[in-house]
Design a protein around this ligand. Structure first.
Ligand code: GLC
Length: 547
């Protein structure tokens, strides 16, 4: 298709064309036999991700969740050393091998960067808490108790309870908006900023291609640390300890002062060639879009989680995409996410495997960089974790229904014991369907979810229309979401039936098209566009270029 479209545009940066694949390293592949995935396991799986042939998944970049030294109070998002590798996952030499092996296959490597908080075991925090006049005291956010001894303000932790922990030895509270083992760094202190920017350089010098920046909107809080207002719309059934859920998040995140800092972070990335800055961000569109920077000088890709948060419904998705496209300044490149290590699995949220395939086709055919979550390509659904085995602090503190363990179960590679993930008892139980739902079985089945994803990614990567083309929605409502993607002479139609009923397409062009892919993997060849019907939850990718 690229040939047909004529010249492809080499000036487009790699991260605009790329399909990104998120790896949660604890759960991907264990090479050391301790039940926990590791960097060597990722190296061993690189051919699965992209060996250059149509028989591999074909992704262009991996984002690896944290592998830094960590006491694992939040499974690696509590970093004890920003410039190291936890022995559980390997060492720096293994990381260097990983980068070299990935690059040899043309796979870019994006790593997680956790700037808002460190571990309480980081040497910076150990020094900071050692005395009020320690030189690193001001590297974290310490405040006196209120006169009655209570915390300095009313903020709650995302993971339940107050966002402040009293430190009896020095008589002050420190701020932590996650677990108390994740004290928050004070980005108003220029030395903190410099030290953290240096950690970026450390990894850039080792060849990483970009960063996914954890809770980036949190790094600067209101200077006066004012109380957050009560949220009048808070659900009535929140657990007693969910102080966070009862408040509007006004003063603890998304302060305007975050933007100059993001420009400095971006300037560090720009010291190197084509590195990408991705940020974990939520919030209303007008605030979210600011994270691209007024002049495109902040994040390349503020993560867009809107598709995760809206119902499985053609109208809702059409509207969400339209609003996002309308909000983007001309220089900004869109992106989409349908799953990650914090949210229930796509197949479970969408209510079935046919729906999950439809979601995959949506994700990989919209205009913008897609990020896939490991295991979604074989249709992993939420794991079943017995309550006494819950590991995630959010689940432990706020109830089993909030546990993120369900989307972190081991990757299912084969029907061997422990799904080929490990030789040992895994850190989270493997899902019970692993004997039939695994990479080895799906590789051999031409109609499998894995083969569907392979084909879909290869269609995308060989099409300028899908990677860099325009997006033209078909405005009609109804259960089918339809849009065109076009680049020069290449024009594709994407038609997705979000209902459980057979559906006809809205009035579209007349004439013929060629089916490139059905979510059911059983259609090809020419079709009359105005005669087309879609089966329940079927999606079609149709080439109209010959019309
Ligand atoms: C982000 C991560 C999440 C982590 C939290 C604290 O939301 O995605 O997994 O628990 O930040 O670092």
């Amino acid at each position: 298709m690229a040939d047909q479209a004529g010249k492809s545009e080499s000036a487009v940066p790699w991260w605009q064309r790329a399909v990104v694949y998120q790896i949660y390293p604890r759960s991907f592949k264990d090479s050391s036999g301790n039940g926990i995935g590791d960097l060597q396991g990722i190296i061993d799986s690189l051919d699965y991700l992209n060996d250059g042939s149509d028989a591999s998944l074909g992704v262009d970049a991996i984002w690896i969740s944290p592998f830094y030294p960590s006491p694992m109070a939040d499974f690696g998002y509590d970093v004890a050393d920003y410039c190291g590798v936890d022995p559980l996952f390997g060492d720096l030499a293994a990381f260097d091998r990983l980068v070299a092996e990935a690059h040899r296959r043309g796979i870019k490597v994006i790593i997680d960067w956790v700037p808002n908080h460190s571990s309480d075991q980081h040497s910076w925090f150990k020094q900071s808490r050692s005395s009020r006049d320690n030189l690193k005291r001001d590297w974290y956010i310490w405040r006196d108790p209120k006169p009655d001894g209570s915390p300095p303000n009313n903020w709650g932790s995302f993971f339940g309870g107050p966002a402040w922990r009293f430190d009896a030895a020095t008589g002050q509270y420190y701020l932590h908006q996650f677990v108390p083992e994740q004290p928050e760094l004070n980005w108003r202190n220029p030395m903190v900023k410099e030290a953290m920017l240096d950690t970026l350089r450390f990894w850039l010098d080792r060849g990483v291609d970009g960063f996914r920046m954890d809770v980036i909107a949190l790094i600067i809080k209101d200077e006066l640390l004012r109380d957050n207002p009560v949220n009048p719309d808070a659900p009535p059934d929140l657990p007693d300890n969910d102080l966070f859920g009862r408040l509007q998040q006004v003063y603890n995140m998304d302060q305007d002062e975050v933007h100059p800092i993001l420009k400095e972070i971006r300037a560090v990335l720009d010291e190197y060639d084509e590195r990408v800055g991705i940020g974990e961000l939520w919030g209303p569109l007008p605030r979210w879009v600011k994270y691209y920077g007024e002049h495109g000088d902040e994040l390349h890709l503020p993560f867009n989680f809107r598709l995760i948060d809206i119902p499985f419904d053609a109208d809702a998705i059409r509207q969400s995409v339209a609003e996002m496209e309308a909000a983007l300044p001309p220089f900004a490149w869109p992106n989409y996410v349908l799953g990650n290590h914090d949210r229930p699995r796509l197949a479970s949220r969408y209510g079935g495997l046919a729906q999950a395939r439809l979601g995959g086709m949506l994700l990989l055919t919209l205009r913008g960089t897609p990020t896939l979550y490991y295991g979604d390509e074989i249709g992993l659904s939420n794991g079943t974790i017995p309550p006494e085995m819950i590991q995630d602090p959010q689940g432990v503190n706020l109830g089993a229904h909030r546990s993120r363990d369900v989307c972190r179960t081991p990757m299912q590679w084969s029907a061997a014991a422990v799904a080929g993930f490990s030789d040992a008892e895994p850190w989270l139980p493997v899902s019970s369907d692993y004997r039939s739902r695994n990479v080895a079985v799906q590789r051999e089945d031409p109609g499998s979810m894995l083969r569907f994803y392979q084909k879909l990614i290869h269609c995308r990567q060989s099409s300028d229309a899908l990677t860099i083309g325009d997006y033209q929605p078909v405005p009609a409502g109804g259960p089918c979401l339809c849009y065109y993607r076009q680049h020069q002479q290449e024009k594709l139609l994407v038609a997705l039936n979000f209902s459980g009923e057979t559906a006809r397409l809205p009035e579209l062009d007349q004439g013929q098209g060629r089916v490139l892919l059905s979510t059911e993997m059983d259609r090809s060849g020419s079709v009359e566009i105005d005669q087309l019907t879609l089966r329940p939850f079927e999606g079609l990718l149709i080439d109209l270029s010959l019309l």
